[in-house]
Design a protein around this ligand. Structure first.
Ligand code: MSP
Length: 645
């Protein structure tokens, strides 16, 4: 099998990186580590984008040469990746001589193949985005991407006959359903391709902008920064420098990108490759944005969260975990410091850390650290079964790049473990039936070992320490299953993840982090029922009565069938509160449980809890019954808990 080859975008060096950039890089790192854990060789490329107008202007502002700026920023970027424990295989800079040679060779190849032509062009140009637009593209007269003013430019330039590859690209996307993930983005690209595709301007006149790679066949021009940048994915894999490496790595398995660079990647890049006679990458994973409040976190908006600020306070592993656990990659996600504390306390300190601490404490105290074989009999085998089910579906989830779902399952498993721990109460049992208590603890320790192995790609340091406490081996492919003798001599120690004090943490952030939960007041239930005197007609309700209903946006965390009731599903739902709610909903006929985690829904949050099929349901979700069944109402990209009204 060829090595798994994954990339991140290369980041502009015009300013520092923020949490949004850190997300993509951590995500790629986690995928890489997962593939390695599964025994596959993996190559992970990241780097920085050093040419073009933005960088030139930043250097001018700083009063230094562009190369000096690049050198300084590149060191800062790599320092951040080191701090974040990013284990890249190669770091590419677009000023690397090897990359420059490849770009020039590829430009020459395009030229020789008749894929380029020179022509006069007049268009609206956005300097920061370095892109030409037509009048039609503009939004309120400004750039459709960054909304800044554009300027009318007329110049002779070189063009790539991208239009010649339009039909090929459509056919390629249609023949490869997972070429662009998620499928909503695939549809977006196909929609874009329903319009005639224009040719791509690939040059910049040196008189206007000289900070770039010179065109080998016309020295008055440098290469358009996007063409230069996209080629990093092949030059970084060894094209033109280490042919053997390139042969073994290409095509890339996954290019991870944010949704704002969809067209450049999913249209420009495959067509350029086609013209160069190089195979297309296997897939693109397009993620949403991290928002600060309602807005995209962005350097130009000045609302960024600096990763280092948080790493220093919560630790690297907790920060990595938060990024991966919190964002459903295909949606936007709001950052808030409160959410970070909640994740750390609920998932890490409680569900994971507390279970570990209880198990190691009892094992060390009553069994001298030596537990019997983990037969998996706890809960009538339920725990072991759930663990085995998770492991069985793990590779498929990874193939679909559904890391979010995988983590959701791991934490579902840990919650189940905690429930059985409570139910079996080995701390009591040990006094009367020591052997039985030993078996429960052995199952719990094995569960923790398996979860630590599965979470290792996300939190390498923390999970290594967990495995050490459990006397288990370092994570490896053959350890990713339920093992009767997976753990060794157990030792107890300090809590691995101390609970965070939310107040102290928030106070320590300067300037205070944005709160993202919309603070629009929740419609309060009036003291007396509605306004009975209001002249409402039949079938209408009084304004005040509607105000009594508390509707909130919520995210489905997990969904499972209910035994003996095939019309309902049991959902675990994040309504923005400290604890997830359970909702029993009659949606099983129209929604498979595995399609639900991550989806946003609207929930009636102040219904009196009711027992449905023996399960206490703590709310109701809203759905519209259409010809194709029940459509779940989606509140859009807002944080769980946002009031709807
Ligand atoms: N240099 C180009 C990429 C060239 S790749 C051949 C570029 N650089 S960038 O630094 O502006 O952005 C890099 C990535 O960061 C993009 O994928 C972009 O989507 C991502 N993000 C920037 N802000 C973001 C958020 N607020 N949230 C998540 N990711 C976002 O574009």
């Amino acid at each position: 099998m060829k090595p798994y080859y994954i990339t991140t975008p290369i980041y502009y060096v015009n300013s520092d990186l923020h949490l949004g950039h850190a997300y993509t890089t951590v995500l790629a790192d986690v995928f890489t580590r997962f593939h390695r854990l599964l025994g596959r060789e993996a190559f992970f490329l990241t780097g920085d984008d050093e040419h073009g107008q933005k960088v030139l202007e930043a250097a001018q502002r700083a009063g230094i040469s562009p190369k000096e700026l690049c050198d300084r920023m590149s060191v800062r970027f790599r320092d951040l990746w080191t701090r974040l424990n990013i284990d890249y295989s190669h770091y590419i800079r677009t000023t690397d001589p090897g990359h420059v040679t490849v770009v020039q060779a590829m430009l020459q190849r395009l030229h020789d193949g008749g894929h380029l032509y020179a022509a006069d062009y007049e268009g609206q140009y956005c300097v920061p985005c370095e892109r030409f637009y037509t009048e039609k593209d503009l939004v309120d007269g400004g750039c459709p991407e960054c909304h800044r003013p554009v300027e009318l430019l007329k110049e002779r330039n070189w063009y790539f006959r991208m239009s010649a590859f339009q039909d090929w690209l459509v056919a390629h996307i249609e023949a490869n359903p997972d070429f662009i993930l998620p499928h909503t983005r695939r549809n977006e690209v196909l929609g874009f391709l329903r319009q005639p595709l224009r040719d791509l301007c690939i040059s910049r006149n040196k008189e206007r902008m000289s900070w770039g790679i010179e065109l080998p066949f016309d020295t008055d021009y440098v290469c358009y920064v996007w063409v230069d940048a996209l080629l990093n994915y092949v030059s970084g894999a060894g094209l033109g420098q280490d042919g053997e490496r390139f042969q073994s790595l290409w095509p890339a398995d996954a290019h991870l990108i944010g949704k704002d660079i969809l067209t450049t990647h999913c249209v420009y890049w495959p067509t350029l490759l086609k013209a160069l006679d190089i195979e297309a990458p296997k897939s693109f994973l397009i993620h949403g944005w991290w928002l600060a409040g309602e807005q995209k976190m962005s350097k130009s908006l000045g609302n960024v969260v600096q990763p280092l600020d948080l790493i220093d306070r919560v630790g690297v592993d907790a920060f990595r975990f938060f990024l991966i656990r919190e964002m459903v990659p295909w949606n936007d996600s709001s950052f808030s410091a409160e959410l970070l504390v909640k994740r750390v306390n609920t998932d890490l300190a409680n569900d994971l850390g507390n279970l570990l601490s209880r198990v190691t404490n009892l094992a060390a105290r009553h069994f001298d650290g030596n537990l019997p074989a983990a037969t998996g009999a706890t809960g009538g085998g339920a725990l072991r079964q759930a663990a085995e089910l998770l492991v069985e579906g793990m590779e498929q989830r990874l193939e679909r790049m559904d890391l979010y779902g995988l983590l959701e399952q791991v934490f579902g498993l840990l919650r189940l473990g905690n429930q059985w721990m409570e139910q079996c109460a080995p701390w009591k049992l040990v006094k009367t039936e020591a052997e039985a208590a030993g078996h429960v603890l052995a199952d719990m320790a094995e569960l923790l070992r398996l979860c630590a192995s599965l979470l290792h790609p996300v939190m390498p340091v923390l999970c290594t320490r967990m495995l050490e406490r459990l006397g288990a081996e370092a994570p490896a492919r053959d350890g990713l299953c339920w093992k009767e003798r997976g753990v060794g001599r157990i030792v107890h120690g300090d809590p691995l993840v101390p609970r965070m004090d939310e107040e102290a943490f928030l106070a320590s952030l300067a300037p205070p982090a944005e709160s993202t939960t919309a603070d629009a007041p929740v419609p309060a239930a009036p003291g007396k029922t509605g306004d009975s005197s209001s002249p409402v007609g039949e079938g209408l309700i009084a304004f005040g009565d509607f105000g009594k209903v508390k509707l909130v946006a919520a995210r489905i965390l997990a969904a499972q069938p209910v035994k003996g009731a095939d019309r309902v599903l049991q959902l675990s739902v994040d309504c923005g509160e400290v604890q997830a709610r359970t909702i029993v909903a009659g949606i099983a006929a129209d929604h498979a449980p595995e399609s639900l985690p991550g989806r946003m829904i609207c929930v009636v949050a102040n219904l009196e809890p009711a027992k449905i099929r023996g399960i206490l349901s703590q709310g109701m979700l809203l759905a519209a019954k259409g010809p194709q069944g029940l459509a779940l109402l989606d509140p859009g990209p807002v944080p769980p808990g946002t009031p709807i009204g």
